[in-house]
Design a binder for this molecule. Sequence first.
Ligand code: UDP
Length: 333
Amino acid sequence: MTRILVTGGAGYIGATAVELLLAQGHQISVLDDCSTGHAESLPSSVSFVEGSLLDRSAISLALQGCSSVIHFAGKSLVGESVIKPELYWSVNLIGSRNLLDEMRKAGVAKLVFSSSAATYGEPESVPIPESAPTRPTNAYGATKLAIDAMITDESRAHGLSAASLRYFNVAGAVKSQRGWLAERHDPETHLIPNVLNSTPENPVNIFGVDWPTADGTCIRDYVHVVDLIDAHIAALAAIEDGRIKRGTHEIINVGSGDGYSVKEVLQAAGLALGRNIPHVNSPRRSGDPAILIADIAKAKSLLNWRPTRDINQMVLDAANAFLNLTLSQESNK
Ligand code: UDP
């Protein structure tokens, strides 16, 4: 049995990882500053350190007894990163630098990192392979790209075995014994939560209906959060069994390899909720590329991983989580 440090384990994706790793029999430590995460997402069996990646003593405490790290912690809102780049460079880059230093001191040499498709920026063509040019269009993507470069150097110089998983659009939810682990941001900017929240008084905006796509709306590659975490577990296994060698850093896209338009997502949500989704056509949102789809050949061949949950499952799970959270919030009033 191994102990894994999950940074950002109180957030939506991190808490899902904790849930699935515990179910596989791993011991888990979590480091989270709870700036956007929710400590109540964590079961009592987790060894929890509430602290920031900017606090080296908190990292060192959280690393005790761990043999590997899955690093989710960080700021992750594209819009906010444009307004407050200093926050992103500080928490994401310096925080990750601190983590690598403390891992080296503690002799922990296995890392899986949450990178992002935002590192690629506007693609020249789709699907996007890992070898595509990296030209991020916002500070969020720029920090993820810089951290990837930092991990590559750390691996070469100090024998770290590492994988950066470049996420496309993560969706869906999982139910734990403590309730649904769902995406909760304030303010919410992501499509699926906004679709679920939409009411006749506050309809979801469709950002552009004049894109060069079949139905005129943007196409994204959505991957279920459970499939995403399975890719992390597969990456750790590849590090453990030497497919990812000591001193190497592999960059691997994680998506479904398929795309859905905004209108198709609305349709799937309408089916899941059994009602029409109130919406209005709005102007394009600045910085949105028309189509983003991952080339997931490397994840398939190196990690022996494939996604198994489609957009209907993602929207259905997100809708169940949304309905349950809404009901529990109402019953708390
Ligand atoms: N989108 C939309 N209305 C919203 C939020 C998003 O039409 O309220 C569109 C957005 O323009 C993009 C897609 O939905 O084409 C996914 O956006 P999201 O913010 O969820 O993820 P992103 O692809 O920006 O990371």
